[in-house]
Design a protein around this ligand. Structure first.
Ligand SMILES: [Zn+2]
Length: 285
């Protein structure tokens, strides 16, 4: 049976205890490729219609830094020697590679933070451009999703976990419709903001730049409705140096990491991989 997602195999966890002296600020633009919804947790009413509101700050739609951080972290985990987060529902014997890191010393915990470990990266909230507040906000009726618990993302095959799960991109004509009204930022909407980092190694900065998709090789998915092809976005920067760093991660990594990068590009490169026929089916995702 076809599914709207694929898996990236796990790489083993490797200890990473370096502290670097790289610091900087990356100004980014995030362009909406298929409608995006990030929930404020509130219902709003307009002309007797109740709908789930997009998250806002001072009436301006934003992509909260925490949402972007989570999205970029899961990409970075799949293309590095990361650990798998500890949870009582995770059985470490079911990984084909060692993913257990008792002391949060992998490259990802080192840069994004973990229990008792400060993040070296600060994701600011991204703000929707002024002109898009009027022109790009729409209400769309979408299907109901049953969000899986994190441990349900660990699909088993031959009694081993399959890998990191990523949803496919889809062309706008296959966006699934439903009965539940949500406020979306429509295609073409642009958010702006920046990411700051400190005490990182060069390798970590390169990994961050590639995971954001700054060299154009991958486009992340963010927010609600990913199994139904919502939430595809493209992140760009005007500064060439960050693009070069993203290229470096792609070209200078180990063969093992390069293998995963290739697989990830096959899933997350929007132009190359977007589906024209929906693989969506109602149910658990
Ligand atoms: Zn870790």
């Amino acid at each position: 049976m076809k599914k709207p997602y694929s898996f990236i195999p796990f790489l083993p966890m490797k200890e990473y205890k370096k502290t670097g002296n790289e610091e900087g600020k990356i100004d980014i633009k995030l362009e909406v490729l298929t409608p995006v919804h990030i929930s404020s947790g509130h219902l709003q009413e307009h002309n007797n219609l109740l709908y789930k509101q997009f998250v806002k700050f001072n009436n301006r739609p934003i992509i909260p830094g925490t949402s972007l951080k989570g999205c970029i972290r899961s990409i970075a985990e799949a293309i590095s020697y990361s650990c798998y987060p500890k949870s009582k529902n995770v059985d470490y014997k079911k990984f084909s590679k060692n993913k257990l890191d008792e002391s949060n010393n992998c490259i990802i915990c080192n840069m994004f933070g973990a229990m008792g470990k400060k993040s070296k990266i600060r994701f600011e909230d991204l703000q929707l451009r002024e002109e898009d507040i009027k022109n790009k906000m729409i209400i769309l009726n979408i299907p109901q999703f049953y969000p899986p618990r994190p441990e349900n993302n660990l699909y088993l095959e031959n009694n081993k976990y399959k890998g990191y799960k990523f949803y496919h991109h889809g062309d706008k004509k296959i966006l699934e419709k439903g009965k539940f009204p949500y406020e979306f930022v429509n295609i073409g909407g642009i958010f702006e903001g920046s990411i700051r980092f400190e005490n990182m190694t060069e390798e970590q900065v390169n990994l961050l730049c590639f995971s954001l998709g700054l060299n154009g090789r991958i486009q992340p998915k963010i927010g609600y409705g990913k199994p139904a092809y919502y939430g595809s976005v493209k992140i760009t920067t005007n500064e060439q140096k960050w693009i070069e760093k993203a290229n470096k991660y792609e070209n200078q990594s180990s063969e093992e990491v390069k293998g995963n990068i290739k697989k990830l590009i096959n899933i997350l490169n929007y132009d190359r991989s977007k589906r024209n026929i929906s693989e969506w089916e109602n149910g658990m995702y």
